[in-house]
Design a protein around this ligand. Structure first.
Ligand SMILES: Nc1ncnc2c1ncn2[C@@H]1O[C@H](COP(=O)(O)OP(=O)(O)OP(=O)(O)O)[C@@H](O)[C@H]1O
Length: 329
């Protein structure tokens, strides 16, 4: 078995990182079959390979390994507050952030944003401007150098990280899948969900045309979903987010890999999913963000314009120029 779940040139770092990370989880009693890994971490790669097999015996463990691989987190801290009820009020206050590997490049400058529970907020701006970074900070994959981020007025730094990530549904350009069936990939956030619950959400079919797969929902997706197209991977990630019913949704170019017809169908499913959830939508195509309650234009690391599509168009600023160029308004 190859250790392809570890990126080439990344193995040693993962080994060290995994030690701390897995230990944290094991202490929390949430991933007991991985506790052996902490003993293997200074050991040989063959030891890790054996362990890898045993890890893959549990779908959740595998999912978490895949999750870890794609997100070599710098912030790993066990314990913390678990809120009994999450409303979804989000506040970023005076955030300054640069990635630790590139301290000379400031991504966010004095960034401020306050979202009401249930609000749909779209983030637009030039490529590389820091939109996805805001999503990464919200999941606490990184901590800002200065400033605070709160959910329901509790600082992210005080919240239990696993709890936080379970309550934020994420659909990104390149979703994280693990080698298992479509079914298990979808019910990652709710492992006990029945197949019926997976296939139907609020009486509407999930956006997975399972008849197109040889074994329907039991079709294996290959390592990291390699046997699927980008669009199929995205559909699975969307189905996973819909099933989990999180209070906060982060849609980062969630439909970018879909063809126009599929995008319409999936967009409809997503719009249903956004109802009653605080949602941050990141999209290049302005046609998908026009309906948001508010839109923010990120420029030079801060929100330069903020308002409804109509208000921003009336203002005639950079958003209006962008929209006119794209939508021909
Ligand atoms: N893990 C990382 N380490 C270092 N720099 C990074 C990392 N991730 C992103 N960056 C850099 O941070 C900047 C902002 O990236 P980000 O992905 O947030 O932009 P974006 O606005 O979402 O871009 P796009 O619209 O193209 O997806 C970019 O210059 C990018 O190269």
């Amino acid at each position: 078995m190859r250790l392809t779940w570890l990126r080439p040139g990344f193995r040693l770092i993962v080994g060290i990182k995994l030690g701390g990370w897995v230990h944290g989880r094991a202490q929390a009693g949430q991933l007991t079959n991985v506790v052996h890994l902490t003993h293997t971490v200074g050991g040989s790669l063959s030891g890790l390979t054996t362990l890898h097999k045993s890890l893959l015996s549990g779908a959740c463990a595998a999912a978490r390994i895949a999750e870890l691989e794609d997100n070599p987190r710098l912030v790993e801290q066990p314990g913390g507050t678990i809120l009994s009820e999450l409303k979804g009020a989000i506040k970023f206050t005076n955030i300054n952030f640069c990635y630790p590997t590139r301290p000379e490049t400031q991504i966010l400058r004095n960034f401020n944003l306050e979202l009401q529970p249930g609000e749909v907020f779209a983030l637009v701006g030039e490529s590389g401007g820091g939109k996805s970074t805001i999503g990464q900070l919200l999941q606490r994959l990184y901590d800002p150098q200065t400033g605070d981020i709160t959910i329901d007025e509790v600082g992210l730094v005080d919240l239990d990280q696993q709890w936080l990530r379970r309550h934020i549904g994420v659909v990104s350009q390149e979703p994280t899948l693990f080698s298992g069936s479509i079914l298990n990939n979808i019910r990652y956030a709710r492992p006990q969900a029945s197949q019926e619950a997976v296939e139907t959400r609020r009486s509407k079919p999930m956006p997975i045309p399972s008849s197109k797969f040889p074994d329907g929902y039991h079709t294996l997706v290959g390592e990291r979903g390699a046997q699927l197209s980008g669009g199929q991977r995205q559909r699975i990630a969307i189905a996973r987010a819909l099933l989990a019913e999180p209070k906060v949704l982060l849609l980062d170019e969630a439909t970018s890999a879909l063809d126009a017809e599929s995008e319409l169908l999936v967009q409809e499913a997503l719009e249903r999913a956004m109802q009653g959830r605080t949602t941050i939508v990141i999209a290049h195509r302005l046609s998908t963000v026009c309906k948001a309650d508010r839109i923010g234009l990120l420029q030079d690391g801060e929100l330069k314009e903020i308002g409804t599509h109509r208000a921003l168009m009336a203002k005639g600023g950079d958003y209006a120029k962008l929209a006119k160029a794209q939508l021909g308004e």
